[in-house]
Design a protein around this ligand. Structure first.
Ligand code: GRF
Length: 200
């Protein structure tokens, strides 16, 4: 059994999609969703899904071990950042080496880094006249939007596309690919029996 914690700061549509994907998979459990925003819509989604959701302030994240302690108490093996806007502090990186993945709504290394989140990313893609955008799923490190890339998928950007149009295409890619890539990443964890093997 692998236990995943999802971190989300906003709407949480990816968190919900991931939770639904794993809901009928016995090998994976999502005991908790963690946010830095008490008013984020992800809490409503968590309630609907029957998943505990907890808010920690930026200060609690950055200056205490409270989040690390909660993850330890809940026996969390793996962390998924799904629209989480704070930088992950060193104590969590140390506790979860190569066990924290993020999704970025563009093709890194383009359109990443501090301040590049949400609609700002898609606006920058359109302003730059890009012909394509997409998603990047990557392990995280101490810098924003860096760390080894696990997977990318692309979509076209038409000259008539608005940032909103690009966001919709990118969201579709996120919903299609993120849960399955998480499943692959946890199947590759040391000491984990591959889910492919279980299905054989
Ligand atoms: C997604 O586009 C994700 O790639 C980015 O933030 C957005 C979160 O959307 N990191 P939601 O909260 O999952 O609806």
């Amino acid at each position: 059994m692998i236990k995943i914690a999802i971190f989300a700061s906003g709407s949480g549509s990816n968190a919900e999609n991931i939770a639904q994907y794993f809901s009928d998979k016995q090998e994976v459990e999502i005991p908790v969703i963690i946010s830095n925003k008490a008013e984020a819509f992800v809490h409503q989604r968590a309630k609907q899904l029957g998943i505990e959701s907890v808010t920690f302030s930026k200060k609690q994240f950055e200056e205490t071990d409270e989040v690390a302690n909660l993850l330890t108490e809940r026996k969390i093996d793996f962390v998924v950042l799904a629209g989480f806007l704070l930088k992950v502090p060193a104590n969590l990186l140390n506790n979860y080496p190569n066990r924290i993945v993020n999704i970025h709504p563009a093709l890194l290394p383009k359109f990443g880094g501090k301040g590049m989140y949400g609609d700002r990313v898609h606006e920058a893609v359109v302003a730059a006249g890009e012909k394509e955008s997409g998603i990047t799923i990557h392990y995280i490190n101490e810098n924003y939007d860096e760390g080894d890339v696990i997977f990318q998928a692309t979509c076209n950007v038409a000259t008539s596309d608005t940032a909103h149009d690009v966001a919709e295409k990118v969201h579709a890619l996120e919903y299609k690919y993120f849960p399955a890539i998480i499943e692959k990443a946890i199947a590759a964890l040391p000491g984990t029996v591959s889910l492919d093997k279980i299905n054989d």
